[in-house]
Design a protein around this ligand. Structure first.
Ligand code: SAH
Length: 259
């Protein structure tokens, strides 16, 4: 069977969720099945059972703009192209890289039909494992200073903490960025009490999943790696101890429920 090719060409940016197929949406499964060509980071493409005639174009994690351009070029030629992304493609991921490429690229790329299929983003998958830490207002931050200066990260961290948000950290550490998470905890400890709840959710949905809940006073950078999403509670976030079960972590829906 030959892969489907439309005259106009289409690029669909697809969120695969945090790991397993059960955490993909039906729309994402259909978008993957209907693609003639699939672009993405190698390990994400490897998760998918591709059919005969579907071509995988695997690339390195860092080549986002080049990958977006290659996908747009093929879509402009009339192929049914899918660009896969872990979690949600719009959260620190490929959808914005594709939009950047469309904005900067040739006119033909603006004629490509572009669709974005959402996915379960890491902070939602981690939150679901422990209860409802994102039950009230929250803020997501990437701790990576590859694409913005660290001073900006720290200023946003202070502002969000000062405003009482629960925080979700993406890209908390990497080999090239070993100290940033430790520094972030230092900043948080200046503002928040040591008993504030911190959740480390690692590789959620995958075989090597590990979830750990500690007070801010004990939170350390070594508890996270590149596959970890860290959720830092607000002053309102609570721990509910349960006999024989993990404690529930949740943030009450209304303010004023003081510890
Ligand atoms: N688009 C992705 C995020 C890409 S940034 C999403 O929506 O989830 C990469 C960061 O996402 C990692 O450093 C980590 O913080 C987080 N992450 C991705 N997959 C994860 C998983 N299965 N469990 C926990 N965190 C994850």
């Amino acid at each position: 069977m030959s892969a489907p090719v439309s005259a106009a060409g289409r690029l669909t940016v697809v969120g695969l969720g945090p790991g397993p197929a059960e955490m993909m949406t039906g729309e994402a499964l259909a978008a993957v099945a209907g693609a003639s060509d699939l672009f993405g980071y190698g390990p994400y493409l490897a998760r998918l059972a591709l059919g005969e005639g579907q071509v995988a174009h695997a690339s390195d994690n860092r080549e986002e703009l080049g990958r977006a351009g290659a996908a747009l070029r093929l879509a402009a030629e009339g192929r049914e192209v899918a660009m896969v992304s872990g979690g949600d493609p719009g959260v620190f991921a490929m959808a914005a890289a594709v939009c950047e490429a469309v904005e900067a690229g040739p006119a033909a790329w603006r004629a490509v039909e572009l669709a974005v299929v959402p996915g379960v983003t890491a902070m939602l998958a981690v939150a679901a494992r422990v209860g409802a830490p994102l039950g009230h207002d929250f803020c997501a931050l990437s701790l990576s200073d590859n694409l913005k200066p660290w001073e900006v990260v720290e200023a946003r961290l202070r502002a969000a903490t000062g405003a009482g948000f629960v925080l979700a950290f993406y890209n908390p550490v990497s080999r090239a960025r070993p100290w940033q998470l430790g520094r972030a905890f230092e900043v948080l400890r200046e503002v928040l009490p040591g008993e504030v709840v911190v959740v480390f959710g690692r590789a959620v949905g995958r075989a090597d999943e590990a979830v750990r809940v500690v007070p801010l006073a004990e939170a350390a950078a070594g508890m996270a790696d590149m596959a970890t999403c860290v959720i830092v509670g607000s002053r309102e976030t609570r721990l509910v101890e349960r006999p024989g079960r993990e404690a529930l972590v949740y943030t009450p829906r209304s303010l004023g429920a003081e510890r």
